[in-house]
Design a protein around this ligand. Sequence first.
Ligand code: NYM
Length: 212
Amino acid sequence: LSANNESRGALVVFEGLDRSGKTSQCGRLVSYLEGLGHSVELWRFPDRTTSVGQMISAYLTNKSQLDDHTIHLLFSANRWEKRSMMETKLKAGTTLIVDRYSYSGVAFSTAKGLDFEWCKAPEIGLIAPDLVVYLDITPEKAAERGGYGGERYEQLEFQRKVSQHYKLLKDSSWKIVDACQPLDDVEKQVKEIVLQHIIACQKGKILSSLWS
Ligand code: NYM
């Protein structure tokens, strides 16, 4: 597949519980797509490099305390500050592989008890992914994978709630991949699904906005 100036890149988002394998799969996928000659970049949210991202990072590592609504809006602001760059890249033909997006924002905050519609509202108008790959793993299996780190939210009971809330966000852009399979099998499925979507975007699939 050769890059074509007329065609846009695809916005591919990976979602799933902590330790579902998102970061490994995103890395493998990007190397694979680069090998095929695609223009592709790996992004992640939170993007801890910006000043908003540094506030988020301090919160996640328990160096600061923030009201639940406040941190929710910071996660959203962190996506908004990258929105125009995201649009520019996609229109220039670069595919973006994004480790977490608005679905994490809503699933984690609603798991804390915040209102679902309130949580979705600040995400309205962000670019809608062409594809959401949900790496499906039970919270118990995820916990067995070398255990969680020390960040906020990385606890079994909380991950159970996140898992339930993710399910409420599933729409037609989602593809559920069984993340309990061996990594190589997950990788193979992911590659196939993503390639199909990249081709659809090259053929002129229209960019749309959340949540419509
Ligand atoms: N997280 C991530 C949220 O609570 N809201 C968001 O909008 C996003 C993008 O941050 N436990 C949570 C999920 C993770 C944590 O993510 C940090 P990572 O992928 O471990 O850096």
